[in-house]
Structure formats: structure tokens, C-alpha cells
Design a protein around this ligand. Structure first.
Ligand SMILES: [Zn+2]
Length: 460
């Protein structure tokens, strides 16, 4: 699938070029319309009479849960102020009808710039407080659904004492162009394509963006068979990135720039695939931990049925924290073989929905989140306790980042795991140390570097 896409891009580069003269080098502009975004519609432009008034905060939302579409009656009090989808401590506003551009610049095969900008001012989203049910592909239903899961995550985080000082903006289905600018010795190739079927956290805008669903995905072309705002785990995951950036502060500037913070894997030009063949460095490991952390935030702040990913193409099992295996039954463990792919000279297989690619941050993040959950699961901790542990773990990581950063990717991963194990171990009171140590060791990266950590954890 991925190689097919790549071939398509390559073919476009050689066959559909259109010269431009904006630089001294030969410029080639390609307009690659690869998928057709499904446009949402605003169901109510104004609210008349009783539509403008409400007696209860309950709304009927259409969401995708446990593998099917459900109409759910949900309390939206946290999400609504008057007729706006905003609140004082979480989402500063919800926007629709925006146009955006994601610019990626490559030089010498490496990503050198990544920028997300708004190219058409969005409209502020409104609902009619007295209208309790909206059509599935309306902006109203999409906005309510996205607000619901993000605000649930915000409120569960507040329950354990985490409050972000910085509110976020929420963009629903903006028309988005991805512009790839590839500079080689001879020419500058600029390629525009519409992007769909993904969600992003954009740190520079402090915003979460849900891209439109595409017709192709809706009809079964792969990831995106469901509009992502209908899957509660997705919005909560993106908010998890906001938490990561908030807690990590300046350290988040060291995230690998080649990973754009999207929910799924991104489709891209050859430049990214060149990147994916080199060994994972500290920035890549940090980016993977960011992904794993975001999955854990979603898992511990949503309730059972809401955090599942049944029938969400490509995400089922692969991104379910509670699943110890990927879709192809590969274990979610940092075995020596996996570490060799991540840090050794071995090239990764091209990943797909069915085969995990251990040089991809979402795959590595999924191993980390699964291992973390399995460590905590043995001690029958509540979701709130687990949430507290991972928030404290991330704070520990920030404090130690400077000491770990020179150790290289594998050393950094081992240290990050060890910090988590130490946090979990403090909850293991009353149980024999050997039991705890056995568990910690069985889930640890199979790295020689782990020996010293086991000593530090008094497990040797
Ligand atoms: Zn993510």
C-alpha cells in the first residue's frame, strides 16, 4: 500500500510537472489531488424561538463505539457556553469552514521545516442549545462529538490535579493542503495535495485539527472508514499531546521534526522514507514516547467502551493499549529483534495496517503504552492512579532529560522505561519484591543497558 503510494508520487513528479520561476533553481509544481474530502454542512445557521433555549445539557450524539454507529445521549455541560462550543479552562473555541496548509520542506532528503498555517480565517462554531440532535455529517454533530471526548479527558485530568494553563483551539474538518517543498541540487519540487483522514495536535497554534474524512476512506480504502471525531479515543489522544507539550516544556522542542504529530501515519514523499531507514535517535524515541503517552492519556481518561477501536481500520489492536499484540499478532514488547530494527543497521519492513514497522513512532509508542499498561495492570490500580503515574513519570523524564539525552536512542528508551518501573514499583507495597522484579524484567527492553537499571531498581 505504502510502496504503491510512493510509486504514484514518483510518477507524478516525472510526468505532471509544471514549471515555475520563483527560485533560481528549476522549479516543478505538482498539484496532486489524491482524495476527495467529504464536506460537512452547517445544519442550523440561526436558532429560532425554542431552538435557542435549553432545559437540559443533554444531546444525542452520533459516535462510533464498539465497532458500530451509536446514538448516545450525553451530558455536554462541560462543552457549551450559550450557543458556543467553548469553555473557560479547556477549549477556547471550536472552528469550522477554515482553510489550512501544512508545509513540509526537505533539503538533501531531510526534513528541514514544518509549518501549519491557516490560510482562510475560520468561523466560530455555534449550536442551537434547544436542538438536541443533528445529522451525522453536520458540523454540529462533528463538533459536539469532538468536544465531548476532549472535555472528558480534560475533566479526568483535572480530577488528578492536572490543569493546563493554555487553552486549545479545535478545528473541525478544515480544507487542508499539504505542500511538500523538496529542494535538491538541481531543482525545487513543490507538490500540493489535499490531506484527509487524520487528526493533529499543532503545538505552534495550541490547536487540535480533525481533517475531513475522504469519500475513498468512507468507501473502504483504509484508515478513515469512520470520521475520526466520532471515535472518542482520537480527540483524547490529541489532547494527550497537548499535555505532553505542557509538561515537557522546552524539551518538547527536541521532538524529532520529521514526525508531525498526526494521529495515524502520514503519507509522504521519498524524503520521509529515507529518514525512516536511519537509526532512531533520541528525538525519535522522544517522539515515540509522546505517541505512547498520548495513547495512555486517552486510555485512562475515557471509559471502557469509549477507548476501544473496534472496526476502526488500521487502529484496531495496533493502537489499543489493552491489546498485547499488533493486528498480525506480533507481541508488543521491546525484544532484541525489535531493538535491532530501531537502533541497529537493519532496515525496517515497510509497515502496513497488518505489519508493524518498528522504525515508526506510532508503532514504537504502541509498544511503550502496552508495556506500561501491563506493568500497572498487575497491581489493580484505578484509571486515576494510572493517570497519576504516567503524569509523574513524564515529569521525571523532563527532570532527567539532560542526563539521558547523550545516551543515544536505546539508552534513552531504557532510562525512560526504568523511570516508569520505579514509579509503578512504589505502588507494589506488600507484594514480594521478587514478584515485582520479575514483572519489571519480563516487560523491560531486552537491552544489555537494562542490567544496570535492574540494579538501580534493587532487582539484582
Ligand atoms: Zn499522536
Amino acid at each position: 500500500m505504502r510502496s504503491l503510494l510512493l510509486t504514484t508520487f514518483m510518477m507524478l513528479i516525472v510526468s505532471c510537472g509544471q514549471k515555475s520561476s520563483t527560485t533560481t533553481k528549476r522549479g516543478v509544481f505538482i498539484n496532486n489531488v489524491n482524495r476527495s474530502p467529504i464536506e460537512l454542512f452547517k445544519e442550523y445557521t440561526t436558532c429560532e424561538g425554542p431552538e435557542a433555549e435549553s432545559e437540559t445539557p443533554y444531546f444525542n450524539l452520533i459516535q462510533f463505539l464498539q465497532g458500530r454507529l451509536l446514538k448516545r445521549n450525553l451530558d455536554m455541560e462541560d462543552s457549551i457556553s450559550g450557543n458556543r462550543l467553548r469553555n473557560s479552562n479547556g477549549i477556547s473555541d471550536t472552528y469550522y469552514d477554515a482553510k489550512m496548509m501544512l508545509k513540509r520542506s526537505f533539503r538533501g532528503g531531510e526534513l528541514v521545516g514544518l509549518e501549519f498555517v491557516t490560510t482562510q480565517a475560520p468561523k466560530a462554531m455555534s449550536i442551537c442549545p434547544g436542538v438536541k440532535s443533528y445529522q451525522r455529517y453536520s458540523y454540529e454533530n462533528a463538533s459536539l462529538s469532538a468536544n465531548y471526548s476532549i472535555n472528558k479527558t480534560i475533566s479526568r485530568l483535572a480530577n488528578v490535579g492536572f490543569n493546563s494553563q493554555k487553552p486549545i483551539g479545535l478545528y473541525i474538518a478544515p480544507y487542508t493542503i499539504e505542500r511538500q517543498i523538496v529542494e535538491t541540487n538541481e531543482e525545487v519540487i513543490q507538490e500540493d495535495s489535499r490531506i484527509t483522514d487524520n487528526a493533529y495536535y499543532i503545538p505552534s497554534m495550541s490547536s487540535i485539527v480533525f481533517l475531513p474524512q475522504s469519500e475513498e476512506s468512507r468507501e473502504g480504502a483504509g484508515f478513515g472508514n469512520v470520521p475520526l471525531w466520532e471515535v472518542p479515543m482520537v480527540g483524547s489522544h490529541e489532547y494527550g499531546h497537548h499535555v505532553f507539550h505542557t509538561l515537557m516544556g522546552q524539551v518538547s522542542g527536541e521532538l524529532s521534526p520529521s514526525h508531525s504529530g498526526c494521529f495515524g501515519k502520514s503519507k509522504s514523499l521519498a524524503a520521509n522514507d529515507v529518514q525512516s531507514l536511519s537509526n532512531m535517535n533520541v528525538g525519535d524515541v522522544l517522539s515515540s514516547l509522546n505517541e505512547g503517552f498520548a495513547d495512555l492519556i486517552a486510555y485512562y481518561t475515557l471509559d471502557g467502551a469509549e477507548r476501544g477501536l473496534n472496526n476502526v481500520v488500521c487502529m484496531e489492536k495496533n493502537r489499543e493499549v489493552g491489546s498485547p499484540v499488533f493486528a498480525d499478532n506480533t507481541s508488543k514488547l521491546f525484544t532484541r529483534d525489535v531493538l535491532d530494527v530501531m537502533f541497529g543497521g537493519e532496515s525496517a519492513i515497510l509497515g502496513s495496517c497488518l505489519r508493524p514497522n518498528f522504525k515508526s513512532i506510532h508503532t514504537v509508542g504502541a509498544v511503550f503504552s502496552s508495556v506500561s499498561e501491563r506493568l500497572m495492570k498487575r497491581y489493580r490500580l484505578t484509571s486515576s492512579q494510572k493517570l497519576g503515574i504516567i503524569l509523574n513519570w513524564l515529569t521525571d523524564l523532563r527532570k532527567n532529560h539532560r542526563n539521558f539525552a547523550h545516551l543515544g536512542g536505546e539508552g534513552y528508551l531504557v532510562k525512560a522505561y526504568s523511570l516508569l518501573a520505579a514509579r509503578v514499583k512504589s505502588y507494589a507495597g506488600g507484594r514480594p519484591l521478587s514478584f515485582t522484579c520479575q514483572l519489571i524484567e519480563s516487560l523491560a527492553p531486552e537491552s544489555d543497558l537494562m542490567e544496570e537499571e535492574l540494579e538501580n531498581l534493587n532487582c539484582r
